[in-house]
Design a protein around this ligand. Structure first.
Ligand SMILES: C=C(O[C@H]1C=CC=C(C(=O)O)[C@@H]1O)C(=O)O
Length: 444
């Protein structure tokens, strides 16, 4: 039994011609400026939908519609179902910026064979902020009163702390994980592939049901440059943007190559570490594979692209990463009437070599063979899409999944890119550093 009351489940995608169309209305509102957690603080219950960064973004609650998909077709089926919903929607949008009008939050499994499949959730209420503009959208199957600031007064269930939290090994004990990495290094050295990303999980058990809002507040405050997300119990603060599509422009923040940053490290020491990372041939190789995979996947959709020749170093509180911002102009002529949607771009980009490896199929097969766990929605695309196809999809990293059946249990994930020069013990330490945000969010 779930420790939380289930939300009223939204109907599945209307499949009959007389299914109720969505009625969608967006209106401007004044939002009190509560800084980084303004949006998160509005969430009324423990089933939040969230995509925020630096205090801007969108949050949603309630559930008007749920699209659930499976297997290799999970992206295309979700896209088709969303399009058929949109065709029948009645929309009035008085704000007209990305994130207004009809919005679906989504999360998709890493692997085609995972039972986690894919989900798009259309909330009943969305509140968003972008720069100085704030709005509320209501989505229903009836003609409600026009949306107003009244939704900000929605009664909020108190956010409870998780209480004491203990952690235990996940599918593969931490002590055994370097052995799995060593097996991958041997396979790479034998010439079967160039890179594979291996992950592990840790199971946390809390005294009280874990309220995702508790995690979101802590993540949004401490990791403000990441995209803090929550979709259907998957919560995290990812620094990696798989794709943003906005008005014909696409962008992807590719990360691969990591060095730890210890708590309390001075800025000077951090800069020394950053320089070490920028010169590390092992990390530069890992990074190059990831950038090439993203650039190749985006190329068919773009008339022009900018792929930086050198990565920069992205500083986060727990780690530093080699990072490249790849951008492009979508080829609208190639897709008559419509540019590819953000969700179809995410599908084309997934799985990038930042979370799978090179070549993709060999890496995915090796993950299936030796990783020893179902990643479920960890390392899959997570984000949102709007009516015009624009949207933002991150890679679900630095994340945890709250157990559907027992909200006191949470699965935390972290993975590392492995190349021929990888050291298994160092990779275990790196995976621990990548678990820090979610451990911190839980109060550990
Ligand atoms: C797979 C993860 O990180 C990826 C993203 C950035 C850096 C990575 C690395 O250096 O290994 C990984 O490719 C994770 O955080 O679970």
């Amino acid at each position: 039994m779930s420790a939380f009351p289930s939300p009223e489940p939204g109907p599945r995608v209307p499949s009959t011609p007389d299914a109720q169309p969505l009625v969608v209305r967006t209106a401007p509102i004044e939002l009190p400026d509560g800084g980084l957690t303004t949006l998160v603080d509005l969430l009324p219950d423990a089933r939040p939908l969230t995509w925020v960064r630096r205090g801007d973004g969108i949050v949603g609650w309630g559930e008007t519609l749920r699209i659930r998909t499976e297997g290799a077709g999970r992206f295309a089926d979700a896209e088709a179902a969303w399009q058929s919903v949109l065709e029948r929607a009645v929309v009035r949008d008085d704000v007209q910026v990305p994130g207004t009008g009809p919005v679906a939050f989504g999360s998709f499994a890493f692997d085609d064979t995972s039972g986690a499949g894919g989900v798009l959730v259309v909330p009943r209420v969305v509140v968003g902020r972008r720069g100085g503009t704030a709005w509320v959208t209501t989505i229903s199957t009836t003609l409600d009163a026009a949306p107003s600031t009244a939704v900000l007064d929605t009664p909020r269930a108190p956010v409870t702390a998780p209480g004491a939290v203990t952690t235990a090994d996940g599918a593969v004990p931490a002590a055994d994980w370097p052995g799995v990495v060593a097996a991958a290094v041997a396979r790479i050295q034998a010439g079967g592939l160039d890179k594979v990303v291996l992950a592990r999980d840790v199971v946390a058990t809390a005294e009280n049901p874990v309220d995702p809002r508790w995690l979101l507040r802590r993540l949004a405050s401490a990791y403000e440059t990441t995209w803090t997300f929550a979709v259907d119990g998957l919560v995290g603060a990812t620094p990696e943007l798989l794709v943003r599509s906005e008005k014909g422009l696409v962008a992807s923040r590719v990360l691969a190559g990591t060095i730890r940053r210890e708590p309390g490290m001075s800025d000077d020491d951090a800069l020394l570490r950053a320089a070490q990372l920028a010169r590390s041939s092992k990390d530069l190789e890992e990074h190059e594979h990831a950038v090439v995979s993203v650039a190749r996947a985006l190329e068919p959709f773009c008339t022009s692209m900018n792929v930086p020749e050198q990565p920069f170093v992205l500083h986060l509180p727990n780690v530093m990463h080699l990072a490249s911002d790849v951008t492009g102009v979508l080829d609208r002529a190639a897709a008559p009437g419509r540019a590819p949607s953000s969700l179809s771009l995410a599908a084309a980009l997934h799985p990038s070599a930042a979370v799978c490896g090179t070549p993709t199929t060999a890496a995915r097969d090796l993950i299936r063979e030796i990783e020893g766990m179902d990643r479920a929605r960890y390392a899959g695309p997570v984000g949102w899409t709007g009516a015009d196809g624009d949207g933002e999809w991150g890679i679900a990293l630095r994340s945890a999944a709250v157990d559907d059946a027992d909200a006191r249990r949470v699965r935390l994930f972290a993975g590392c890119g492995i190349v021929a020069a990888s050291d298994p013990a160092a990779e275990l330490a790196e995976s621990e550093a990548k678990l820090v945000p979610m451990r911190f969010a839980l109060g550990l």
